[in-house]
Design a protein around this ligand. Structure first.
Ligand SMILES: [Zn+2]
Length: 398
């Protein structure tokens, strides 16, 4: 079940660094094809901190990481040996993993993980983005009116922030997949926290909201990692159907036809389904995006397709509770600027204007929206109203 780590690392580097394939149809990531459903606060492209190097486990002795660690009480986190991994992607000595660890990759054990969607529903998830190929996938999802859960790599968010911002605005469910894609159980508590929090911070800077869902690279999770996730406010998501599409990398061992055959088998077995599914795919490079686009229409003809937050009816999958994402039971995507905990959010594009000011246009409009977007989810209605009022007065002065 585990991947070959060195091979996948090479794929990740290739996807991130390779020159654009001249045969590809990559579109401009800064040019969405559909109007955003969420009015995101402005982001200039300049990040507030120097993030750690891409694809490397962040150092934990920085003031930033020490600040995050100081906010968490780790005294009751299980103290188990770190699990070293071989070049082939397997634990070097599985016997060091205690049974009470509930390690999914070794024993298939779950503990409060989201593992599937309800019967008749297909949870769309794409890992390892955003990449230069992501806009093609997002175009297709826009065109076919589908939302997915996107498990982002923090390094990629910083490098491809335009694509990330587009997906955030489109109402996809954005989630964390670590900063540098290491096996979780090989990390110290401090390293794992840094991997999650730097990714969370990058997404927050680009999109303005704080993630609460996590998928472990390689599915590598145990109760120590879960304990750390819960302390950080995260829910873990696994999968039950795996396309193994990542193996279609150049020099890989899987063909597009084999991925298509996997979909053939799942669709043929659908009448016997006892539950829905959560599918593992990747927005990693051209082949995986091609395979996703090719197979999605027949999946849509067989199941209802949606994000993980939608199929689990979690209308507030971010810390900012004034943001709502659509769910199976009828919630609609939007930002509620009147009440951070309201069950009646505004809906869709154009439905989230924060002020009736006639000057609510252009850059100033963005500033007002930004103040309200960032504030309302965490402050009382009265305080939030003051923030909006203050911003409006500032515009009048300008
Ligand atoms: Zn991954």
């Amino acid at each position: 079940m585990l991947y070959n780590l060195s091979f996948l690392a090479a794929i990740l580097a290739l996807a991130r660094n390779a020159a654009a394939d001249p045969s590809s149809t990559t579109t401009n990531p800064a040019t969405p094809t559909a109007a955003p459903l969420l009015d995101l606060p402005p982001f200039s492209g300049t990040f507030s901190i120097a993030y750690p190097p891409s694809d490397k486990i962040p150092p934990t002795d920085t003031p930033q990481v020490q600040k995050w660690l100081a906010e968490l009480d780790l005294t009751d986190v299980p103290d188990w040996p770190l699990v070293p991994f071989t070049e082939d992607g397997d634990p070097k000595n599985p016997k060091v993993i205690p049974e009470e660890a509930c390690d999914w990759t070794e024993t298939g054990c779950f503990n409060k993980d989201v593992t599937t969607c309800p019967l008749g529903v297909w949870g769309l998830t794409y890992d390892d983005g955003p990449t230069e190929f992501s806009p093609q996938l997002y175009d297709f999802l826009d065109k076919t009116e589908q939302k997915a859960t996107l498990f982002y790599i923090g390094s990629n968010v910083v490098e491809n922030w335009q694509a990330a911002r587009r997906a955030c605005g489109a109402g996809h469910h954005i989630a964390v997949h670590t900063w540098s894609h290491p096996p979780s159980t090989s990390l110290t508590n401090e390293q794992f926290i840094a991997e999650v929090k730097y990714t969370e911070m990058a997404i927050k800077e680009v999109c303005g909201f704080t993630t609460t869902y996590f998928r472990p690279p390689y599915g590598d999770i145990d109760n120590r990692i879960r304990s750390l996730l819960w302390k950080m406010g995260y829910t873990s998501v696994i999968w039950d159907y795996d396309t193994d599409d990542w193996m279609m990398a150049p020099g890989g061992q899987r063909t597009e036809a084999q991925v298509d055959q996997a979909f053939d088998q799942w669709i043929a077995a659908a009448p016997q389904d006892k539950a829905g599914h959560i599918i593992l795919e990747h927005e990693l490079y051209q082949n995986t995006v091609n395979a996703a686009i090719k197979n999605l229409p027949r999946v849509q003809a067989t199941w209802k397709t949606m994000s993980v937050s939608a199929c689990t009816n979690n209308s507030h999958p971010y810390q900012e509770k004034n943001i709502t994402l659509a769910t199976m039971d009828g919630a609609k995507t939007g930002i509620d600027l009147d009440n951070g905990n309201s069950s009646t959010p505004t809906t869709g594009a154009g439905g989230s204007q924060p002020t009736s000011s006639g000057q609510d246009q252009g850059k100033n409009s963005d500033e007002v929206k930004s103040a309200a977007f960032l504030s309302v989810g965490l402050l009382s209605k009265e305080v939030a109203a003051l923030v909006v009022m203050s911003a409006t007065i500032a515009i009048a002065v300008i």
